[in-house]
Design a protein around this ligand. Structure first.
Ligand code: MSS
Length: 363
């Protein structure tokens, strides 16, 4: 067994027993620590940094943080204080790494072998990007992408495009994009992208740029490696390239979070979470026999909107024996979670229900 790594300093405030520390830049929420009350507490939310987090000095004076806006009719910089005067909105959404579920791929893709815990459902509060754009005269003509740049200080002497966290998403995401300063009712911690984060509800984690320092409407996608070669869906063994699908809108997914360990015969309460990704989730089913038969599982708790997940609960009577507990969600457009994973080089977008099933012994 691997020895547990301690929490790195910038996330010392997190609850260690709820997390798996893969590295200083990758922490996963334990499958049994997801909870039942819709929102993932910040102290157990996963962390994924492509570059080390910046110095904590950047959250000392949050309101002074400045963002340069480009590709609008009246380009200029705005501070967080100024952004706060333009409007406010709150959205609940699933934040999920593109590689969540990578640990199930048999070809052992490079990258963190997350199982289910590179995901959480959180509240973000901030100003709708739309309101900012209006204040800046509208999007300049001919722009097709929203390009956000992370505020990390890059090591000197290297070509910035090779390491900068800069991502482009299609302009249609302007509908739901937010510049957020609050996470679950508190100023966003450094670990999660404070003082200001670009949030694209319904899109994979990588598009949610932390400590955003530039927001540009652009005619083309950024030339940064993380966009052109990274986060592209392609067959195993193939290099990343701009003509492959980018990790943008998330797909429909669910998993069981309880029970995970041996149970006594009798009443067992099965729990999990289901979400539609870029669209709302409609329903979820649970199987006790590895997918031979399915029964609907009711959602519990409030519906926090199309981008949030919905906890589900199914109470069943189980006799002694071995069970394979699986869940399968359907979104409002009728997309159903597939049985199989879609093999791909980086182990992205895994929503196959079979790999996510829980083997349960009842005694
Ligand atoms: N941002 C920045 N600036 N940097 C980095 O590194 N990362 C990504 C996002 N953003 C980054 C950013 C990723 S990749 C993810 S997932 C996310 O973030 C996470 O989040 P949190 O808060 O949890 O940590 Mo994959 O797709």
């Amino acid at each position: 067994a691997q020895e547990a790594l301690p929490l790195p300093d910038y996330v010392k405030w997190k609850t260690a027993e709820t997390l798996i520390v893969h590295s200083a830049n990758t922490l996963e929420t334990r499958r049994g620590a997801i909870g039942t009350s819709v929102v993932t507490a910040s102290d157990r939310l996963f962390v994924r940094n492509n570059l080390p987090a910046p110095d904590a000095a950047i959250v000392a004076d949050r309101d002074a943080w400045g963002v340069a806006f480009a590709g609008v009719k009246q380009p200029r910089s705005l501070t967080v204080a100024e952004l706060k005067s333009l409007g406010v909105e709150t959205v609940a959404c699933v934040l999920q790494c593109s590689g969540n579920g990578r640990g199930f791929f048999p070809h052992k893709p490079s990258g963190t072998p997350w199982t289910v815990g590179a995901a959480g459902c959180v509240f973000w509060s901030g100003v709708p990007l739309k309101a900012v754009v209006e204040a800046l005269g509208g999007v300049a003509d001919g722009m097709a992408f929203i390009t956000g740049t992370g505020g990390e200080t890059l090591p000197p002497g290297i070509d910035a495009t090779t390491v900068v966290v800069e991502r482009s998403v299609p302009l249609r995401a302007l509908e739901q994009a937010l510049l957020a300063w609050e996470l679950n009712g508190e100023p966003i911690s450094l670990a999660h992208g404070g003082p200001l984060r670009l949030v694209i509800p319904g899109y994979y984690g990588v598009n949610n740029i932390k400590y955003v320092r530039q927001l540009a409407f652009t005619a083309e996608e950024t030339k940064a490696n993380i966009q052109t070669k990274g986060y592209r869906l392609r067959p195993v063994g193939v290099q990343g390239a701009p003509d492959q699908p980018s990790m943008w809108e998330m797909n429909v997914k669910s998993w069981i979070s309880q029970p995970l360990e041996q149970m006594k015969a009798g009443r067992v309460v099965i729990q999990g979470v289901a979400f539609g990704g870029a669209r709302a989730v409609k329903s979820v089913e649970v199987s006790l026999d590895g997918g031979q038969s399915w029964r609907p599982a009711p959602f519990v708790g409030p519906d926090l909107g199309p981008y949030a997940w919905r906890p589900f609960v199914l109470a069943v009577e189980l006799k002694p024996g071995n069970y394979s507990l699986a869940s399968r969600a359907t979104d409002v457009d009728g997309n159903v979670q597939p049985r199989e994973r879609m093999d791909n080089d980086n182990g992205f977008a895994h929503n196959g229900w079979e790999d996510h099933a829980v083997k349960l012994a009842v005694v």
